[in-house]
Design a protein around this ligand. Sequence first.
Ligand code: NAP
Length: 300
Amino acid sequence: MAEAKLIDGKVFAAGLRARVGAGVAELHAVTGIKPGLATVLVGDDAASQVYVKSKGRVAAELGMASFDHRLPASTTELELLQLITRLNKDPAVHGILVQLPLPKHIVTPDILLAVDPDKDVDGFHPMNVGRLGSIASGAPLDFPVPCTPLGCSMLLADALGALSGRHAVVLGRSTLVGRPVAQLLLKADCTVTIAHSRTRDLPALCRTADILVVAIGKPAFVRGDWIKPGAAVIDVGINRISAGDSKTRLVGDVAFDEARAVAGHLTPVPGGVGPMTVACLMYNTLQEARRRAGLPFTAV
Ligand code: NAP
């Protein structure tokens, strides 16, 4: 059997960013509105600093306004809520991203609930979680959807076309990735099975999948002989492992070389799902700015 076709998330994300950039320019030309993304970082977590910096940089590259709020780790929940209230009211801000994880003394659900659902470009507000959970298969996705799951569904639709009727197994049930991915695939008329750490006989279940999305955070956990020949495999995992000589490298949750010999389509790590997250954040921010202008969501 031929090797799996690699799904190039870097190329797809670059194309999506370019289309969002064109959408930003068009919105500005027609309405004078410049989409604005506010990022909020509490504390000095090194990885979070890198993520927030890259989100602000990409927003600026696409012609958006970027508002960077960095607060000390000692910030109280009340102070953070006050900032979110200000951003909710600020007409120049169309998207609010509160970088997670927050320091332990702040109750994360309280913060996610405080963000205006129409500025919730991460799609984590309970109202947007509920909208995704109850959406009908033919209805438009005209509300913010979590970025990494949205990226997975865009890559799958691009690689496979119609997903209707396929059996999708989603390995992982987090609110960040697994559950919203499963809901998006259900909306695309897949038959969806969600698996997790208590699922029995994972290899046998995975072998029934036409589409296998893996988001568990365990390096090379899914082996080649778990994969149905020709299946599409989306590897969301990002794991840093030792590469000897005190060096490290990133690997996914799927044993890449083994999967490549069996699958029909496969995302690499890095360069698969990873680049889609920030591109989809920009997509969501553009859509919320369009909503503010009274314009409909648009597929870009
Ligand atoms: P998470 O919140 O830790 O959830 C992990 C899920 O995997 C849980 O549902 C857990 O099951 C399940 N799981 C853990 N061990 C398992 C096992 N041995 N067998 C079966 N299921 C198992 O992780 P997450 O936030 O969803 O992230 C998952 C991975 O995706 C991580 O590597 C993360 O870095 C990566 N990620 C990438 C992006 C991106 O590409 N931009 C974005 C987000 C996350 P239980 O519910 O039963 O505990």
